[in-house]
Design a protein around this ligand. Sequence first.
Ligand code: GLN
Length: 250
Amino acid sequence: MKGLALRVAHLFPKLMNIYGDRGNILCLQRRCQARGIAFEVDGLELGDPLKAKDYDLVFVGGAQDREQRLVAEDLVKVKAKPLREAVKRNVAVLAVCGGYQLMGRFYRTAEGEELPGSKVLDLHTIHPGAQAQRFIGNIVVEWNGTTVVGFENHGGRTFLGDGIQPLGRVVAGFGNNGEDGGEGAVYRNVFGTYLHGSLLPKNPKFADHVIETALRRRHKDFRLSEIDDAVEDAAHAAAVRQATRRSIIR
Ligand code: GLN
């Protein structure tokens, strides 16, 4: 579509980028370009202000506690308020693992330190301690009548509040807390998930859902055209096969 652009704020690209989370940005870019949609991305590091009205989508990846501590501080001082404002205005957000945890009320580390979140999502995360099992491995989630597949590696257990839904149901793996079968969270146009991978290249349907959600705020009823996803669909199917095989052994 002529004149159409997806404007993305990539939060903390240097600090919050493990297991190839930046691949999500490259995937968004590629899928937009394939449709003639311009793609603009601003990397916002510690101290950089977030101007909510400048963006259609905010992305944040995962990281370990050390980076999360710095990010939590920045959120409280600089970005949490405009982020909540953006969400109120229906800006889309995709937050992965450590970034997802920091969308909530707080993340309590293995040592019991409480890192404040941006409070975009009504959820909290507790790491039960260094001796507790880490949730590591491939994960398959039932989402919207199809599957989303990825890799998870977290010690934190996330618990959702009442007004918020999980992104999907765990088919294989652990998800939010290894207990209630939920994975990730959805609220307004915010998607939180534990899935690395990178997530979007392996899940083209979910990637397009995120792009459409982001663009529909300014372009009502916008629909993406189909593109050839033969390679992506094959990668998705192979990842699902591998993840479900491993869960049987477990
Ligand atoms: N530090 C968090 C945890 O272990 C997040 C880890 C991650 O982003 N992979 O729960």
